[in-house]
Design a binder for this molecule. Structure first.
Ligand SMILES: NC(=O)c1ccc[n+]([C@@H]2O[C@H](COP(=O)([O-])OP(=O)(O)OC[C@H]3O[C@@H](n4cnc5c(N)ncnc54)[C@H](OP(=O)(O)O)[C@@H]3O)[C@@H](O)[C@H]2O)c1
Length: 305
């Protein structure tokens, strides 16, 4: 790897806004995250499989690339924020993919939730192509993404982390360097195991209370004000009461994360239980709804039982 060239990447404070940023993946998370970098004054160029989704960012001054590898050639740092392992591997490895670009010494940052194995695979491919790679998935949904208050869990070289840190500071309230490549993805699977368990726990509590005649609104207030109350529960209350679950964090992504956690060795009783229920909810066609729709699945499962 050519360290001289890497040192040439501008990262002194006064030079930060000269950094060219590439952003791939404009879904629920990618749009507000890339938007925050634009708001902070960075030069951002985007690519998305469905190009129309870039329009709100183009209206705010972003550029658009025709192919992923154009971003590698034009930008100092390229972020990916896409659905899953298959998507991110395609973006890096396909014929028009990032790593087919004719450049070296870029920093590539994958913020998608994928397996630690995929993160290590991509890191090695990047290293072979003369680039540096960080796995840097996030905790926090669309609200924190919009507010720049995500928690960023990063794996990779400390030096790459330090260089990208000012950008992480625009995206999140906390950015942690956890160790070598794969560490960020591992931490993300662990925190999302807790998320899956918590959301299912709230759903089961609400359904149990309902059966005993306790109104859902009051039960949600009790949970929120109790020792186990979290911003998550407050955030999902309106959705639960309306029985409408537009996706902030799609259930299919939660099911994916629990599958990845299981593959990585999570086999506790609760891990097994939530894995099974989110997979069943997926099979019932609830994947594009918010993960809180696990309540709808559990309610149906109860009626049928
Ligand atoms: N939403 C949340 O609350 C949340 C929170 C933390 C972490 N995450 C994680 O962040 C990642 C993105 O989540 P999201 O909610 O933004 O997802 P999303 O709304 O479903 O968007 C997915 C993005 O991935 C792209 N994509 C999917 N398959 C692709 C492929 N084969 N090739 C190229 N692009 C592909 C989509 O492109 P198109 O626009 O063309 O479909 C879209 O840009 C996921 O790994 C998720 O687990 C989500």
């Amino acid at each position: 790897m050519n360290d001289e060239k890497i040192k040439a990447i501008p990262y002194a404070k006064e030079e930060l806004h000269q950094m060219k940023i590439g952003w791939i993946g404009l879904g629920n998370m990618g749009i507000p995250m890339a938007g925050n970098l634009l708001s902070a004054g960075y030069d951002v160029t985007v690519w998305n499989r469905t190009p129309d989704k870039a329009e709100p960012l183009l209206a705010r001054g972003a550029g658009i690339a025709d192919k992923p590898y154009h971003l590698l050639e034009q930008c100092d740092v390229v972020f990916t924020m896409v659905s899953d392992d298959t998507a991110v591997k395609a973006i890096y490895m396909e014929a028009d993919g990032l790593l087919s670009g004719n450049a070296r010494d870029r920093i590539l940052v994958d913020m998608s939730t994928v397996s630690p194995e995929t993160s290590r695979f991509l890191a090695e491919r990047c290293r072979q192509a003369g680039h540096r790679f960080l796995d840097a998935p996030v905790s926090g949904s669309v609200g924190p993404a919009r507010e720049g208050k995500l928690i960023i869990m990063a794996g990779g070289e400390q030096e790459s982390f330090d260089r990208v840190r000012p950008l992480f500071d625009k995206l999140g309230k906390l950015a942690l360097h956890l160790g070598p490549n794969g560490s960020g993805s591992s931490a993300k699977l662990a925190i999302n195991l807790l998320l899956g368990i918590t959301v299912q726990g709230v759903a089961e509590t609400v359904l149990f209370a309902r059966e005993m005649g306790i109104p859902t609104e009051q039960m949600l207030t009790i949970i929120s004000e109790s020792a186990v109350g979290t911003p998550l529960i407050k955030g999902k209350a309106a959705s639960i009461l309306a029985d409408e679950f537009p996706a902030a964090f799609a259930l299919k992504h939660m099911a994916k994360d629990l599958r990845l956690a299981r593959q990585a060795g999570a086999s506790s009783p609760l891990a097994e239980s939530v894995y099974a229920s989110y997979q069943s909810a997926l099979r019932e066609g609830l994947g594009d709804l918010d993960l809180m729709a696990i309540l709808r699945y559990l309610n149906g499962a109860k009626v049928e039982a």
